[in-house]
Unconditional design. Structure first.
Length: 317
């Protein structure tokens, strides 16, 4: 296949580019570098099967030549208002990537008769009242809160994708991505994994907001990309959760990182920010992915964290 990947210079987009090339496909990467990093794609320079186009997906998209698949991954993704990459600091760009970017990429898919994948998110479930979250759950979301620019952009993108599927018969699929970590994350991303690791490697106490009993389920990036590839190459159209169902509290997660890094500074607790929309629980039900794709994560949390810590060591120490 010849595949267009938007957000190709991002954390996930760059790993997807690698996987598609490894499988023998051609890749057209697209990014405007608002949050993506050129260094994430530097190793692909000179690869005859990789082409890069610097472009904002919110603008009209033209890709010369045949395109067999489109993977729309362009969007800011960090909820941290202190991070330059966080969507609270890029609210309009986030909404445009989810709305206009999805519309533009679906238009290319329609014109080309291409398979289309939308990168959605577990954030569409909001602060869930169902636990773990299944694809049939409609969510518990604040449409005007601080996180709404990302949540609602993805919810609109899902609705638009299904509209193109039903009305125009576009061959679509939707992946709902749960917390993912691994090499190529921004050090100053502000999300919990890079935040904790950078604090630990600097010998600082790890900052926990609230009592640390809020839970997350962390999926190593290689596992996630494997699930994404299997979904793209399947015949599935309905939204599919891809993530690790092993749930851990933030307190336990912090203790694990301190132990793996040898950080003796411990943790510090701060008041949870009101109105942040930060969900108390996040855990995917992956029965659909197991049944339809034969997929489940393989990399244990501590092994994935060791690999990620080594990546950050090279950039911090």
């Amino acid at each position: 296949m010849r595949v267009l990947i938007t957000g190709a210079a991002g954390f996930l987009g760059s790993h997807i580019s690698d996987r598609m090339l490894k499988e023998g496909h051609e890749v057209v990467g697209m990014d405007n570098f608002i949050t993506g990093k050129p260094e994430n794609l530097a190793h692909l320079a000179g690869n005859e099967k990789f082409q890069f186009i610097r472009h904002d997906v919110s603008d009209y998209i033209f890709v010369p030549g045949k395109v067999d698949a489109i993977m729309h991954f362009a969007s800011p993704a960090s909820p941290n208002p202190k991070s330059p990459y966080g969507y609270p600091n890029l609210p309009i760009q986030t909404m445009k990537a989810g709305a206009l970017g999805t519309h533009n990429t679906l238009g290319v898919a329609l014109a080309q008769g291409a398979r289309y994948m939308l990168a959605s998110t577990s954030e569409i479930y909001g602060d869930p009242l169902e636990h773990p979250q299944t694809e049939s759950y409609w969510g518990h979301v604040d449409p005007i809160g601080e996180r709404s620019v990302y949540d609602e952009a993805k919810r609109f993108a899902e609705a638009l994708t299904m509209a193109y599927h039903r009305f125009h018969k576009v061959n679509t699929c939707i992946v709902r991505i749960f917390n993912t970590y691994g090499p190529r994350m921004h050090i100053d991303d502000g999300r919990v994994v890079p935040n904790f690791i950078s604090q630990a490697l600097s010998g600082e106490p790890l900052t926990i907001y609230g009592d640390g009993m809020q839970t997350r389920s962390f999926c190593y990036v290689d596992d996630l990309i494997d699930g994404i590839y299997k979904l793209l190459t399947s015949g599935e159209h309905d939204p599919t959760n891809i993530g690790n169902p092993v749930e851990t509290s933030i307190k336990e997660f912090a203790e694990t990182i301190n132990r793996l890094t040898g950080n003796e500074a411990g943790v510090t607790y701060l008041s949870r920010q009101r109105g942040s929309g930060d969900p108390q629980m996040r855990q995917p039900n992956i029965a659909r992915a197991q049944e339809k794709l034969g997929w489940e994560p393989k990399v244990a949390l501590e092994e994935g964290l060791r690999r990620t810590i080594e990546y950050f060591k090279e950039r911090i120490l």
